[in-house]
Every structure is written in C-alpha cells, then in structure tokens.
Design a protein around this ligand. Structure first.
Ligand code: ZN
Length: 243
C-alpha cells in the first residue's frame, strides 16, 4: 500500500505521512490495484473502494468521508486552506492546522510533496507547470502565514530527470523559470528533472528536504503516465496532524 510511510515530530504534536504504491486496492488491470485517480477509465466503484481502504488504513480513527481534504489539480500555484473536509477544490497545494483532516495529493509522474511545520501540515502536486509556477514555495509561504516556523518537506516518487525527455523548447521554457530542472536523459537528449527543481525551491525557502523519491517510470510498483498513458492510475501523498 505504501512506497513510504513515516511519523515525524514529538509525541503529542506528531505528523503522519505516506506515499502510496499500486498495491492493496481492488482495481482491475491495467489500473491494478490501488488506483486513487479522480477520473479516468477505471471503474468508479473501484476507485471509491481504494480511497476507503487507504484512508481506513492511514487514519483509522477518522471517518473517511468527513476527513478527506483533496484537490482537483489544475497545474497551477493556488493553495487551498482546509478548515474542514474539502472535496476536490481546484488547486495544487493544500494546507491545514486541523487534526481531523487527511490532506491528499495525487500524481503519476509529477512530484508529490508533503510538508510539516509545527501545527501546520501541507501537500503539493508539482508537475512541469507547477514547478515553473512555484506551487511548492507557495505552500511553504501559506504554512508560515499560519504559524509554521521550521518546515520539513518530503519529496515523493516522480519521473526522474534521466527518463523525462522533453522537446528542447519546453526544457528551455521551464529551465528559465527554475534552472535546477535542466537535465539530460540517460540517452543524451534534453530532459527535465522536476525533483531537482522542487528541491532547489525548498532550499531557497529555507526548508529541510527529506528526499524519499524513486522514479515512477522505472518502478513497476508505481504508476507512471509516461510509461502507461491512459492506462496509468494515480498514487497519492497523504499527510495529517496526529494531534
Ligand atoms: Zn527514471
């Protein structure tokens, strides 16, 4: 069910976080098994059951329908402040100070980022456009406005710079906004390293980075849109204040 799961911080003020993998759900091939996509060709009832299972496992003390705060991701830099359950609000970043909510972002090659700082937690979905637009620094800024001092960020699974080939003009466009993204594929053509871009943005924002990434395209236990196209499901990043 999880590519990574951890608890962070002192007892009584701890944060739980996880990145899912593709196992432990009910979706049929090619979406097998734990597809957490909002839409796509997979059966709606399978996706609903997958969400139920992962939330029951991740936050067994919370009633899952009223604990989820998630996004309809639009590849921008808007950050939603969750003060109660959120049902697919448009945006690519989400933050909360509450202890009864699970923040969720979804990805299949883009970079999922989970953040914790004092009594504030956050999550971001940063693809090519999101890295260029600065959604991750926007989440950090919102967390600090809500009182977070020392912020830690976990960078989750995404397509790596050795695999993510793009046309030269696209590479130049993104690298102009975030130079750290400029990379080369393992076969010597222009690429983007979105993870390096996110890490550079976090460094500049004074955030401690915990890199738990693996390459989605190279990992059969993770979904990859580049590899599987319309047959790709979505994994999720999950974070909550445990209280
Ligand atoms: Zn790779």
């Amino acid at each position: 069910m999880y590519a990574f799961r951890s608890t962070h911080g002192p007892a009584g003020q701890s944060v739980e976080l996880a990145f899912t993998d593709r196992y432990g759900g009910v979706s049929a091939a090619p979406f097998d098994e734990l597809n957490l996509a909002i839409e796509g060709d997979d059966a709606e009832e399978s996706r609903a059951e997958n969400h139920r299972r992962v939330l029951a496992d991740f936050a067994p003390d919370l009633a899952h329908r009223r604990s989820l705060a998630d996004l309809r991701q639009v590849h921008g830099a808007d950050v939603v402040v969750a003060d109660g359950p959120v049902d697919r609000a448009p945006g690519d970043g989400i933050v909360t100070t509450r202890t009864d909510l699970v923040l969720m972002v979804r990805a299949a090659d883009c970079v999922p980022v989970l953040l914790a700082g004092g009594t504030v937690v956050g999550a971001a979905h940063a693809g090519r456009a999101g890295v260029a637009a600065g959604v991750v620094p926007a989440v950090v800024e919102r967390m600090r406005e809500l009182g977070a001092a020392e912020v830690v960020a976990w960078v989750g699974p995404h397509v790596c710079g050795r695999c993510y080939e793009v046309p030269p003009a696209m590479q130049a466009e993104v690298a102009e906004r975030e130079p750290a993204t400029q990379a080369t594929t393992s076969w010597g053509t222009p690429s983007l390293d979105l993870g390096a871009g996110v890490r550079a943005q976090l460094d500049r924002a004074g955030v401690e980075v915990v890199d738990v990434a693996r390459c989605t395209l190279e990992s059969p236990d993770l979904y990859s849109h580049r590899r599987d196209g319309r047959g790709a499901g979505r994994q999720a990043g999950l974070v909550r204040r445990a209280g």
